[in-house]
Design a protein around this ligand. Structure first.
Ligand code: NAP
Length: 243
């Protein structure tokens, strides 16, 4: 039996990943800031809701205690919770904007990973998947033909570059674990519902938005990797993604 925890799994990619992994036989802990919302999401897919706000140390510690007491181990940690923050031109972002996005996207991953590493260490095949984005790819951002280079998102993009480095640092430090970052690609979730017209200079639809069902497949693939699978990598559906 594989025990899996997914952060930010009340909706979008986290929920779809939970659905696919529960369907594949994993015991899935579905992380939710709001436990009631989590219970409503978890019930139809046979997952277990757990209160977990990645920005809240007490919440994360309580979640780790809960999983230890109930499951005794953790095999797969999927750090999925993420926010875009405001969409502005680079020069308009403040340090406070940066702190808000990093609090969830970067410090949240470190907080959750730090709390769950001792439990993961008890697994015979420990796996961590960090849900990143090629928005954080230096290579894509400096390629004028890429979609990523056309979207001004200083806070979000740099937070995902940081996620990639955090991934590599953990992977090097824990060679007994498979630790990778993934780019799910543009996906039709609340995340890409830009409500203010003109907030981004491009229409995401021009770049082919996928369903959450298709986009979650790369997360599931890395979450189900065996002990001989890759580590310290960055992957998207087509293969390795550029850093
Ligand atoms: P989404 O539909 O907006 O869902 C975000 C999830 O994160 C929600 O469950 C939300 O919970 C949760 N969350 C936000 N802040 C949290 C916190 N402090 N603690 C715990 N959970 C928190 O977004 P999505 O599209 O599924 O995105 C999931 C991940 O994929 C993100 O890391 C995102 O950067 C990445 N990604 C998305 C796309 C895309 O096109 N959609 C592309 C590349 C990468 P609540 O319900 O409580 O708000």
């Amino acid at each position: 039996m594989t025990t899996t925890l997914i952060t930010g799994a009340t909706r979008g990619l986290g929920l779809e990943t939970a659905r696919q992994l529960a369907g594949a036989g994993h015991t899935v802990y579905l992380g939710a800031r709001d436990l009631k919302q989590g219970q409503e999401a978890a019930k139809p897919i046979g997952a277990h809701a757990i209160q977990l706000d990645v920005t809240d140390e007490e919440s994360v510690q309580a979640a780790a205690k809960h999983v230890r007491a109930e499951a005794g181990t953790l095999d797969v940690l999927i750090n999925n919770a993420g926010i875009s923050g405001a969409w502005k031109l680079a020069g308009e972002y403040t340090a406070a904007d940066m702190e808000t996005v990093y609090a969830t996207n970067v410090f949240g991953i470190v907080r959750v990973t730090h709390a769950f590493l001792p439990l993961l260490d008890t697994s015979s095949n420990p796996v961590i998947v960090n849900v990143s984005s090629t928005g954080g790819s230096l290579a894509r951002n400096t390629d004028p033909t890429s979609m990523e280079s056309k979207v001004p998102m200083l806070t979000y993009a740099s937070s995902k570059s940081a996620v990639n480095m955090v991934t590599v640092q953990y992977a090097v430090a824990y060679p007994n674990m498979r630790i990778n970052a993934v780019n799910p690609g543009l996906t039709a979730t609340d995340f890409t519902k830009i409500t203010s017209p003109g907030a981004t200079p491009i229409d995401f639809n021009e770049y082919g938005i996928q369903s959450a069902e298709d986009a979650a497949k790369i997360i599931v693939r890395l979450a189900t990797t065996g002990p001989d699978g890759p580590t310290a990598g960055f992957f998207e559906a087509a293969g390795p993604a550029p850093w």
